[in-house]
Design a protein around this ligand. Structure first.
Ligand SMILES: [Zn+2]
Length: 249
């Protein structure tokens, strides 16, 4: 009887221990905590947006379609990055029984594999959406957001595998990609934008929101906050007729 019992046990073993921890900094505790904060900022309202954290080879993901401010550790998906050979056949180490994986998953994975990120945040911030609307309107009609000579730019790293942060006079550039009916179909153009702008830590999605990543949760979060500040500022500057790029020496 013993072997039968153990095989039955393993069939029901959903690796729930991966999302149970008393440590507030454990990804399964941190993702719901961060999403609660992001919800108050209007970044993840109406179940949109999400957050993912990578701990070495383990990736922790918020599920699809849940109210982000009410999310619990047991709602978190876990996968092994090195085991994901086919994007169409995602293998999860731990899945919540009644939820669906997020369509953002391939985009988060792009930040982890192409940029070695430790955390990726996706927001539906109205400021991010408004900036993409301004950029698509004439005479701008461009697919990159550029701003310089603003103190908050110093909140961004110089780029992938580069030391230090941008300076006050440096120009911050965030590429914009076009939205698609299904979020997962953004992956190819997000990866292209990463290749074209190798130093960027974020990609805007037209009429949709923004993806922001960083080497650590701290860096992803503070860069996401700095970016949202700059988007909001840029919209106010535009209303006042102040250009985003300045030649102040
Ligand atoms: Zn989205």
């Amino acid at each position: 009887m013993a072997p039968v019992e153990s095989s039955q046990e393993s069939a029901h073993d959903n690796n729930d221990h991966l999302v149970k921890s008393d440590d507030s900094q454990h990804p399964a505790n941190l993702i719901p905590e961060l999403c609660r904060k992001f919800w108050t900022l209007g970044w993840v309202t109406g179940t949109g947006g999400g957050t993912s954290i990578r701990d070495n080879d383990l990736v922790y993901l918020a599920p699809s379609g849940v109210q982000k401010e009410l999310m619990k550790p047991e709602d978190i998906y876990v996968l092994e990055l090195s085991k994901q050979t086919d994007p169409k056949k995602r293998v999860y180490l731990r899945s919540p029984p009644t939820l669906k994986p997020s369509q953002c998953t391939p985009l988060f994975i792009a930040a982890f594999t192409k940029r070695n990120a430790g955390c990726c945040i996706h927001t539906h911030s109205q400021w991010a959406v408004l900036v993409t609307l301004l950029l698509e309107s004439r005479p701008l009609n461009t697919n990159v957001f550029e701003i310089n000579n603003i103190e908050q730019i110093k909140g961004f790293g110089k780029g992938y595998q580069k030391l230090g942060n941008l300076g006050y006079h440096d120009t911050l550039r965030i590429p914009v990609i076009e939205n698609t009916p299904h979020e997962e179909d953004l992956t190819e153009s997000l990866e292209e934008a990463m290749d074209k702008y190798p130093d960027t830590y974020a990609v805007l999605v037209r009429r949709h929101g923004v993806y922001v990543w960083g080497e650590t949760v701290h860096k992803a979060k503070t860069q996401c906050e700095s970016l949202d500040y700059l988007f909001q500022l840029a919209i106010e500057m535009k209303k006042l007729g102040i250009p985003w790029l300045s030649d102040i020496p």
